[in-house]
Design a protein around this ligand. Structure first.
Ligand code: TYD
Length: 141
């Protein structure tokens, strides 16, 4: 748990409640989820050779939880990148700041749930990697 070596990204233990009979995870805005949630969406039924994401956001905070199955989740801050395997509903990937993300290797039972701090806004997307690098290097100067 904790920092993953990419600025703005960390893994959070979602502290499931339960025992050998089963588990429950409760996600509360501005408590276990470190922001006010405005939107929830989930990705499922993804064909296994599909690569999704391939974008960053200017202004969006997200908590990403693989509630079923598994996938690979690449995060890149423009200087460092890491590909994480998300395969546990007790772990959340928190992303804050301008971070490029790519998802791949979805298992057929993968359900990737995303809690987001803003409503959907296409103008908040950076879909070109070169533009992403320009934005992140401006931030460093
Ligand atoms: P996109 O964010 O590009 O998906 P991914 O990053 O998983 O590849 O979104 C795919 C499509 O869904 C795109 O047409 C925008 C639409 N969309 C919404 O309408 N609302 C949403 O909250 C999201 C995340 C996407």
């Amino acid at each position: 748990m904790g920092e993953v070596g990419v600025t703005g990204c960390r893994l959070l233990d979602l502290n499931p409640i339960g025992n050998d009979q089963g588990w429950l995870v409760s996600l509360e805005a501005e408590k276990s989820v470190p922001f006010a949630i405005k939107r929830v969406y989930y990705i499922y039924g993804t064909v296994d050779d599909v690569r999704r994401g391939l974008h960053a956001h200017y202004n969006l905070e997200q908590l990403i939880v693989c509630v079923s199955g598994s996938c690979l989740f690449l995060v890149d801050d423009g200087n460092n990148k890491i590909e994480l395997k998300l395969d546990n509903p007790r772990t959340g990937l928190h992303i804050k700041g301008v971070v490029w993300r790519e998802m791949s290797n979805f298992s057929s039972d993968c359900v990737l749930m995303v809690l987001a701090s803003e409503l959907y806004d296409e103008s908040d997307y950076i879909r070109c990697y070169e533009d992403f690098i320009s934005v992140t290097s401006e931030g460093l100067s």
